[in-house]
Write a protein that binds this ligand. Structure first.
Ligand code: ARG
Length: 602
């Protein structure tokens, strides 16, 4: 599915159309599209186009002749300067007038020049995915970071989004936790007396800290105690059947845990429209399985119900362990199990039933799932089953955005010094602490919320600067530096602009681009705004991080070389202040998209 954008703010696309209409079509070449891209030699030009090379090949002429002809077809104008250079490239420079116009256009655009989709779509985001009664750990950080940013990217570009955290709230962990609590004497009030209504009975003494002890205890025990495991399975089934008092206890634990999960996500500026979970798909499970049976897509295999999803002639690549290893394939895709021999429902079935529920309720054009890459096989199965059964209509796009692992400095998954799992909260704590230290160096003490904004911003920027699929190293010192490609550097640039604006204490004026530094800023804004489109298409935020950094450093060049406040010419000074306001607006928009707070001062 191709998404089109309103291209007002993407000058490269305007230029392609411009050249096609004024220069290439008059030569009787019919092309559907001319690609113009940012120059990789910025000292020579701003944009480049190699269409002449392509045409020349086709018609058997010299590329430079074609390029010269194209350029000569374009009249002198005060916006663009075209030139043909050997062996046949077309270089394009934007004149100051064009950059001035663009700067003022973005200054007064509510969307800050961020490209807008042509047709608004409903895009549903499934990320977070915390499991009730289990404590969040380091592995749970990337989904809210990446998912929130992708959601905001879509909002900023004009889509309608719906976000759902899709909690793991119906699994064995619930049965295990309740069984353990019961054995440890916390649930006597629920089990010792026969009561009609459990609503008014409190879970006395059951705190989050207790849950964080009880679940791991039960989880260890189930591996060695067959009877315990069997009973926990039974409890899990009771919950799913809404049997009392299991169901009431379950609901109370769920509420307790969800409140904590919400807080954890909010620390990372992540919020959801819906806190639904696997349990909400439960009423759709029977119908889901029935659809497969009715459509003759399911068959019995050793007592289980499976769906064959392999395709003809299919080869599934096996990930290579090293670059020089030859590509090998496994074949074919194994069948998906939708019902186990003991009748228990499965992760895949729940996800397919969730799609059925979402399509009844929200009818999204696309559902985007953000999880780590170990779930790639699971989603491939879910997507294939949903398409085969038409639970997901053909027109609906199902996308799995699979992220890599957050590693420690040793290149292995991030662990505590003792080799244990790092808690989610502890990571945030480390970030806040490190930001507090940095702030203290600048004479700011005692502002915890500011430290959170900077600490979390540092990690998010460090994370999102990589392509989503890649593993990366969690390097707190690198992320936290106030100079370089970091979140704090962008926040610092905004704080610096705030200080200039406060000192100036006057209205800014229309921008007029005159100097090299100002040109660089507006070109950086142009690049930033096309980066949004690249990110939208790639489901990754790295291009936006890079372009945001480039704009901040272009501002730095301007700030260092141009005297803003001491400029005596009123118009000139007001124009420079206009640039400050514009840069601030664009940086804030980019940070918002990345899910990072801007700060007033730091
Ligand atoms: N709860 C799952 C886990 O911990 C993640 C959920 C992801 N979303 C989904 N629709 N399956 O692995």
């Amino acid at each position: 599915m191709d998404v089109n954008f309103k291209i007002v703010s993407i000058i490269s696309e305007n230029l392609g159309e411009y050249m096609k209409f004024f220069a290439v079509e008059p030569m009787h070449y019919n092309l559907s599209k001319i690609t113009v891209s940012f120059s990789n030699r910025p000292e020579l030009c701003d944009y480049q186009c190699n269409i002449a090379m392509l045409i020349a090949k086709e018609v058997g002429q010299k590329p430079i002749d074609i390029a010269s002809k194209i350029v000569s077809n374009i009249k002198e104008n005060d916006e663009f300067e075209f030139s043909a250079v050997a062996p046949g490239f077309i270089n394009i420079k934007l004149k100051d007038k064009k950059l001035t116009n663009y700067a003022n256009l973005v200054s007064c655009d509510v969307n800050c020049g961020v490209p807008q989709v042509f047709h608004q779509r409903i895009v549903m985001f499934d990320y977070g995915g915390a499991n009730v009664a289990k404590e969040l750990h380091v592995g749970h950080l990337r989904s809210p970071i990446v998912g929130e940013a992708l959601k905001r990217l879509h909002i900023g570009m004009g889509d309608k989004t719906i976000s759902d955290v899709h909690l793991g709230d119906y699994g064995l962990q619930m049965g295990l936790t309740i069984l353990q609590l019961k054995e440890d004497g916390y649930l006597d009030k629920f089990f010792k007396h026969i009561v009609e209504n459990f609503d008014n009975i409190a879970l006395e003494g059951v705190t989050l800290d207790l849950l964080n002890e009880e679940y791991p205890k039960a989880s260890k025990r189930k591996d060695v105690d067959e009877e315990f495991k069997k009973q926990a399975d039974e409890y899990t089934l009771f919950i799913q059947q809404h049997k009392e008092p299991y169901y009431s206890i379950y609901k109370k634990i769920r509420n307790l845990s969800v409140a904590e999960i919400k807080k954890n996500y909010e620390m990372l500026n992540t919020t959801f429209d819906f806190y639904l979970g696997e349990s909400d798909a439960y009423p759709y499970i029977d119908e889901t399985i029935q659809i497969f049976v009715d459509k003759k897509l399911a068959r019995e295999s050793e007592g289980a119900l499976v769906v064959d999803i392999a395709r003809e002639g299919e080869h599934i690549p096996i990930p290579k362990k090293s670059e020089d290893e030859p590509q090998r394939y496994k074949n074919p895709m194994p069948p998906a199990v939708i019902k186990k021999y003991n009748g228990g429902d499965l992760y895949a079935t729940t996800d397919i039933a969730t799609i059925l529920m979402r399509n009844r309720t929200f009818k999204p054009h696309e559902i985007i799932y953000v999880t780590d890459n170990r779930q790639a096989g699971h989603f491939e199965q879910v997507f294939r089953c949903s398409k085969l059964s038409e639970i997901s209509p053909e027109s609906q796009k199902l996308t799995h955005v699979a992220f890599g692992t957050m590693n420690g400095k040793d290149g292995k998954p991030f662990k505590t010094r003792a080799g244990g799992t790092v808690k989610y909260k502890d990571v945030v704590g480390m970030l806040v602490e490190s930001a507090e230290k940095k702030l203290a160096e600048n004479g700011i003490v005692g502002d915890k919320e500011l430290a959170r904004k900077i600490g979390v911003g540092a990690m998010k920027f460090g994370d999102l600067s990589n392509t989503v699929a890649k593993d990366y190293v969690f390097d707190i010192d690198k992320f936290m530096a106030f100079e370089g490609k970091t979140g704090p550097y962008i926040q610092y640039t905004i704080a610096r602009i705030n200080s200039i604006l406060t000192k100036a204490n006057e209205e800014c004026g229309q921008v007029c681009v005159l100097t090299e530094e100002e040109r660089n800023i507006v070109l950086a804004i142009l690049k930033l705004n096309s980066a949004y489109k690249v990110c939208y298409e790639n489901y990754s935020l790295n291009a936006l991080c890079l372009a945001t950094f480039d704009l901040a450093s272009a501002f730095s060049g301007f700030y260092n070389n141009c005297k803003i406040l001491s400029e005596e010419n009123d118009e000139r000074r007001k124009s420079m202040l206009g640039i400050c306001v514009l840069v601030k607006k664009c940086l804030e928009k980019a940070l918002w998209t990345l899910g990072i707070d801007s700060v007033e001062k730091m």
